[in-house]
Design a protein around this ligand. Structure first.
Ligand code: PMP
Length: 401
């Protein structure tokens, strides 16, 4: 029956982990995976998450199904986290929100909702480059995937002129996917002034902004600062869609905890949109898992736990920022490595586009046992006090050839 099924290509990121696992050298480093590691290179469970789990266990919860759109306390607290307490649609009851299977599931619900209900041409513009999964995800949702320029490989910075030109040339009502903060894979975000310009263009061209917010708090260590783009757009009167993930900022990767929301005209429209979200979700997976949503809800709803969580998110962000500074300083000052390395410390979030070329990344894997994507993206979280110097020295050797 399946004789004509062809072998598909392996996932590019998971392939890196396999090569890493097969390597027996004790100095090996995996910079492929997008999950936070502590200063000893180990997976990290937040103390605030452990405390939330203790509080939940003490309530002795049952294992009944959640509703189709998930745990109501969780979704309302997730919306509050993204939009902020003084958000106009939030105070007017004009945000339609559902729990989702983490950020990926939120994007997929949003893609499907747009494909089914958006009353205009169903094209979505994604930045080049973007998170690899965006392309098949939106295509499988039934949208036509297009692209706008984002990365300038000469400056290893934002191609703001290209971005503006492409959004200005997009047809009216096109959907535009924006990474709310900590752009993956480049680590390059627009400045607040550039966001204001993007908001003006989106308004002028009547584009529909869809924010992917997978890293709130994780980029700068500050929840509100990382929500700047979303909140600015909403304050400027845009209707937005937002995909949220608690994988990174609460370390809930495998718990699959997220939310999808849309700002709508009023509570009456919200009721209609909510009903259609349920009609999309019910045949896909019926209802979402409870445990992660209970954890996130417990943290977001308890002032003491929330404060603890905020310090822990900032701790993760600061550790990553300190690794950026360390690499910059070793390459620039100690080793005087050819080239400029400012971008490493100016970029934000878990990922960095190093500017290393495919032959250099290949040499790093073969000679130094350091694994990253072939286009030179590293996950900063894989670096720590114990391996950052070895990493920088190996980069230096690879660059000198
Ligand atoms: N969007 C972006 C930009 C991401 O980097 C990720 C995680 N790699 C996601 C969405 C979704 O992740 P998850 O489904 O684990 O929340």
């Amino acid at each position: 029956t399946w004789a004509s099924v062809v072998q598909g290509p392996p996932d590019p990121i998971l392939g890196i982990t396999e090569a890493f696992k097969a390597d027996k050298d004790p100095r090996k480093i995996n910079l492929g995976v997008g999950a936070y590691r502590d200063e000893h290179g180990k997976p990290y469970v937040l103390q605030s998450v452990k405390k939330a789990e203790e509080a939940i266990a003490a309530q002795n919860p049952d294992k009944e199904y959640l509703g189709i759109t998930g745990l109501p306390e969780f979704t309302s607290r997730a919306a509050l986290l993204a939009y902020g307490a003084d958000s106009d649609p939030l105070t007017r009851g004009a945000i339609s929100v559902t729990q989702s299977i983490s950020g990926t599931g939120a994007l997929r619900i949003g893609g499907t909702f747009l494909a089914r209900h958006y009353p205009h041409a169903k094209a979505i513009y994604l930045p080049t480059p973007t998170w690899g999964n965006h392309i098949p995800l939106f295509r499988d949702s039934g949208l036509e995937v297009r692209s706008y320029r984002y990365f300038n490989k000469d400056t290893i910075g934002l191609d703001f002129e290209g971005l503006k030109a492409d959004l200005l040339a997009a047809p009216e009502h096109a959907v535009v996917l924006l990474h709310a903060c900590a752009h993956n894979p480049t680590g390059i975000d627009p400045t607040p002034e550039q966001w204001a310009t993007i908001s003006d263009i989106v308004k002028e061209r009547k584009l529909f902004p869809f924010f992917d917010m997978a890293y709130q708090g994780f980029a700068s260590g500050n929840i509100a600062r990382d929500a700047f783009a979303v909140r600015h757009f909403v304050a400027q009167g845009h209707q937005v869609a937002v995909a949220q993930s608690f994988a990174k900022n609460m370390g809930l990767y495998g718990e699959r905890t997220g939310a999808f929301s849309l700002t709508v005209a009023d509570p009456e429209e919200k009721a209609r949109v909510d009903s259609q979200l349920k009609i999309i979700i019910r045949p896909m997976y019926s209802n979402p898992p409870a445990h992660g949503a209970r954890i996130a809800s417990q943290i977001l709803g308890d002032a003491t736990l929330y404060a603890h969580w905020e310090t822990e998110v900032k701790g993760m962000a600061d550790r990553i920022i300190s690794m950026r500074e360390k690499i910059y300083s070793i390459l620039t000052h100690d080793l005087k490595t050819p080239g400029t390395w400012d971008h490493i410390k100016n970029q934000i979030g878990m990922f960095s586009y190093t500017g290393l070329k495919p032959d250099q990344t290949k040499a790093l894997a073969e000679k130094a046992h350091i694994y990253m994507t072939s286009e030179g993206r590293i996950s900063m979280a894989g670096l720590n006090g114990g391996n950052v110097e070895y990493f920088a020295e190996s980069v230096d050797s690879a660059v000198r050839g």
